[in-house]
Design a protein around this ligand. Structure first.
Ligand SMILES: *[C@@H]1O[C@H](CO)[C@@H](O)[C@H](O)[C@H]1NC(C)=O
Length: 936
């Protein structure tokens, strides 16, 4: 009786939690999440920083390198940091902390500090790099010891690596200064905040060296107890960027792109930026609170220089930032794991992204369809609903590629099942979508309903593949299906099992057009601490959840990708994730979670996407229209105009939102939305080219202004504009109501042309541009050539043989250049050479536009060319050309291809009324697969 009552009460409490999660429209419940002061290691860490600040020159932290231990061998400087502490009995204890400074081939330098623990003590988690890093961690031998006699006398080691780069290690203070050409760029432990909470036997006694022991051995928050069996094991270090006024990255936060100071003051935060993957329901904007994903990579930028650090730690992390007149000081604190910092010296943003990519990997080229438009809602009700929405796009002549199903397509939220009455024949539904080459995305989450007879649960339990509790039982918590267990995708056997669940015939029949969406993988646990799994839960290998928390979601995401690879080895997989970590860019795209249908969330989307873009994660998007609530019509239309440039472009809405298919907006809004989506499809060849570039050098798709205008200090904080891929298009989405004009900031001396109206804008600073409801403020930077496909088609695949238009915007000197990458868009053939890659160059020297292949010609490449040998360039638009260079009355241009030549007609519009000239070459009859030139 009593047990039944308890169960009923528990169920009611859980329902209340669930109702709150589903129904509320209030802002995020701050009290559901820890502040720094409520997280004992963060509280200790900040107190330590305050003590250092107060002590000033009298700060003498108990860490020093034992000079006798230091040696340089094959690109690695190693030795022992000794932490001198006084134990409970007042006896001095020297804790040995072996360190390494590893000079990597990529130019990055790794600073790693481990801990020599007694054999009987639990091991510190040391596998974060195994998941995050795909690059080579071996040292390069090209390190030169340039330590002078004076250095030696002063306890300094000086090592030269890279092009004029030096690392200076001060042994007594464990301070490492990274210099370029003699000037300090990054300093580790400048303020002496290095801290390693060393293992000690459990006991009440006083602290080591006066440490505050409150909550060291257990702590609780929100009524949830954390048993902390390993005791305190936090790590911390400070990182100073001398002379750098701005830092960026460390997504995910709903805040500005240029990160704020976090120690209070006007316009600053009081709390550090937090990295702890949580289902932050209805998050606030302008906040340093933790969100769904965590990438502990930070870029520092000043005019003419970029550097960065990567903190390879997957435990809860807090980062304090203080901007000063002489640079930016940061303080990194993690609850477990190692001090493992990678320093990258740029010297420019593009090189920095390459260095970071050389460590954590580059995104693979996604399937082309995934760059089209995605239509989602919670939920499309049944097969008829899906097919009616599908047909609606065609009826309204709006292109789209993918329709999505949220959790309610399943039977009782048991993944890998279908709600039979609503989706009796999913394979047939998918075959109907496939007729227009469209795809279906089904959601699959990591919580598995705990129900007798549900095969997935039973298999998982039997094989012990679920996340465990602190004492080794199966961990159960509450999520969408009710009581659930979580698949532990850190376990290789769990990944193998996961793959079996997706095999053809096992899920969605044998459909070939299946893609997947992984949600709730922070993991979200409705009744868990901070809405997630307990820190003392256990994963494969015996590791505590605490240490792997921020990377769990990535392992789940990756397991799903491996499963799709196994199901359809020929196809590129597409799996969207909500939780992420450094390295997730290798797996698939993410979106910024559950935003709201208000202008604030439209506004914050741009800086959020820029923040992840510079942290190696370029395939990102925000829910267009806003997930919660109902956008007013103007916001609805404006969001599509912004979304057309999001690398991942999806409309999505909550179950309680009104239906939101684009045609429901009514005119003029539907027309504006249609134009925005068609613009996206028009730019796909250029977007795909940008994704190709990202796949080998990590260049973001959305590029902050400093990438093209690195010397302009005033542009460093601008985060409501961006450059779109390689196109040179400078876009400023409108994020306020009632706008008819706006200022677009031109960041450099180049000439810019209104796109598409050709109004000339020249000169660094703000320029007033039209921005009425049907207009996206957009300027084409001189010097760029990009490609479009202008015909409306129902999906990306149906565009494969459409002709191309080249848009040439000449720079102030009359030149322009650009690239085009193409392949079949779906298979891995491009990795074997089946692709096309061309450069276009327009030269003012001879007035010639040239197309040249920059791809080795192989059997595979020639075979690919055959599949597109009917694709021609149907139009060339040249903007800003000096018409004085044409002959008087000239109406044709000469075209050369394959040793033949012919003339093509041009129409010429002279410069007038502040607009640049335009020449349109109509149907020059040149092929995209051929080398050709057009002489003006
Ligand atoms: C995903 O799994 C594959 C196969 O096990 C592995 O090679 C790859 O490194 C993993 N990627 C990530 C980001 O974990």
């Amino acid at each position: 009786m009593r047990a039944a009552l308890a169960a009923a009460i528990r169920a009611m409490a859980l329902l209340a939690v669930a109702a709150m999660l589903i129904g509320s429209t209030e802002a995020a419940k701050k009290y559901l999440f820890k502040t720094c002061a409520q997280s004992s290691f963060c509280r200790r860490g900040r107190a330590y920083a305050d003590a250092a600040e107060a002590a000033g020159a009298d700060w003498h932290p108990p860490y020093a390198v034992d000079p006798a231990s230091v040696q340089l061998r094959q690109g690695v400087l190693s030795g022992t940091v000794v932490k001198t502490a006084v134990d409970a009995d007042g006896a001095a204890v020297g804790v040995k902390l072996p360190f390494q400074l590893v000079f990597l081939e990529s130019g990055a330098v790794r600073f790693l500090i481990e801990e020599d623990r007694p054999k009987s003590a639990p091991k510190r988690y040391d596998e974060a790099v195994r998941w995050a890093i795909s690059g080579d961690l071996g040292a390069t031998a090209a390190v030169e010891d340039v330590t002078t006699a004076a250095d030696t006398a002063a306890g300094v080691r000086r090592l030269r690596f890279g092009p004029g780069w030096t690392a200076v290690v001060e042994l007594a203070t464990v301070r490492v200064t990274f210099e370029r050409d003699g000037a300090a760029q990054v300093v580790l432990n400048e303020r002496g905040l290095l801290a390693v909470e060393h293992w000690r036997p459990r006991g009440p006694g006083p602290a080591f060296g006066g440490e505050d022991t409150t909550d060291m051995w257990e702590e609780s928050f929100g009524g949830k107890q954390d048993s902390k069996p390993n005791g305190p094991e936090a790590v911390a270090v400070d990182v100073t960027f001398p002379g750098y006024g701005h830092v960026y990255g460390i997504p995910e936060h709903a805040d500005r792109f240029a990160l704020r100071s976090t120690r209070g003051g006007e316009g600053n935060h009081d709390e550090p930026y937090r990295l702890y993957n949580v289902d932050i329901f209805e998050y606030e904007v302008d906040s340093p609170m933790a969100m769904y994903g965590a990438i502990p990579f930070m870029q520092a930028q000043r005019a003419g220089s970029a550097v960065g650090v990567f903190w390879a730690n997957a435990a809860e992390t807090w980062i304090d930032i203080v901007h000063g007149a002489d640079g930016t000081r940061t303080h990194w604190l993690s609850e477990a794991g190692l001090v493992d910092v990678f320093v990258m010296l740029g010297p420019d943003a593009t090189s920095l992204y390459q260095q970071y990519g050389a460590l954590t990997g580059y995104a693979e080229l996604p399937p082309l369809y995934s760059l089209g438009y995605h239509q989602c809602r919670w939920n499309y009700q049944n097969e008829r609903d899906v097919l009616e929405v599908d047909a609606g796009f065609d009826r309204h002549e709006i292109p789209y590629d993918v329709i999505w199903l949220d959790i309610d397509y399943t039977d009782s939220r048991k993944y890998f099942t279908w709600e039979q009455s609503a989706f009796p024949t999913p394979e047939r539904m998918m075959a109907a979508l496939d007729e227009r080459r469209r795809k279906l995305v089904a959601i699959i989450d990591p919580h598995i309903k705990k129900e007798a007879g549900y095969g997935v649960y039973e298999d998982m339990t039997k094989a012990g593949l679920a996340v465990a509790t602190a004492d080794g039982g199966e961990y159960n918590g509450w999520c969408w299906p009710g009581e659930s267990a979580w698949i532990d995708t850190l376990a290789p056997a769990a990944v193998e099992y996961w793959k079996r669940l997706f095999r053809p015939g096992a899920f969605a029949g044998r459909a070939h057009n299946l893609a997947i969406w992984n949600d709730m993988n922070e993991p979200s646990v409705f009744d868990g601490p901070e809405g997630s799994a307990p820190r003392d839960a256990r994963h494969y290998g015996g590791w505590e959840h605490r240490a792997v928390h921020n990377l769990y979601g990535m392992t789940f995401h990756n397991a799903t990708v491996q499963a799709l690879n196994a199901r359809e080895p020929r196809q590129r997989p597409f799996v969207l994730t909500r939780a992420f970590f450094a390295g997730s860019q290798r797996v698939g795209p993410m979106w910024t979670g559950d935003n709201q249908a208000t202008w604030d969330y439209l506004r914050v989307a741009t800086p959020m996407l820029l923040s992840s873009s510079v942290a190696g994660y370029g395939f990102v998007g925000a829910d267009v229209g806003g997930f919660f609530g109902n956008p007013e019509h103007e916001l609805w239309a404006r969001w599509y105009q912004a979304g057309a440039f999001y690398p991942f472009f999806r409309g999505h809405a909550h179950i309680e939102s009104k239906r939101r298919e684009p045609w429901l907006a009514g005119e003029p809004y539907t027309g504006i939305i249609r134009d925005a989506i068609r613009l996206r499809y028009q730019l796909l060849p250029s977007l795909y080219t940008a994704f190709h570039r990202a796949s080998f050098d990590g260049s973001p798709i959305l590029r902050p202004l400093f990438m093209l205008a690195p010397a302009n200090d005033a542009a460093l904080a601008i985060d409501d504009q961006f450059f779109f891929g390689e196109t040179g298009l400078l876009v400023k989405p409108v994020v306020d109501p009632g706008v008819t004009e706006t200022d677009v900031y031109v960041p450099d001396d180049e000439v810019y042309y209104g796109y598409p109206d050709r109004t000339v804008y020249r000169g660094v600073g703000n320029h007033r541009v039209p921005a009425g409801l049907d207009t996206i403020p957009m300027l084409a930077r001189g010097g760029h050539i990009f490609t479009r496909r202008d015909r409306y088609r129902r999906s990306t695949a149906l565009m494969a043989h459409d002709p191309l238009t080249l848009v040439v915007s000449v720079d102030a000197a009359g030149n322009a250049g650009g690239a085009l990458y193409m392949d079949d868009g779906e298979t891995h053939g491009h990795t074997k050479g089946a692709y096309l890659h061309r450069f276009f160059m327009f030269s003012s020297q001879d007035n010639i536009l040239r197309s040249r292949s920059v791809r080795p010609s192989t059997a595979a490449s020639r075979a690919f060319d055959k599949t597109i040998d009917t694709v021609r360039v149907e139009r060339v638009i040249v903007v800003g050309f000096d018409l004085g260079r044409l002959k008087a009355g000239q109406t044709t241009v000469e075209t050369f291809q394959d040793k033949k030549s012919w003339s093509s007609h041009i129409s010429v519009t002279p410069a007038a009324d502040g607009r640049a000239s335009m020449i349109v070459v109509r149907d020059p009859k040149v092929l995209i697969t051929a080398d050709w030139s057009i002489e003006f």
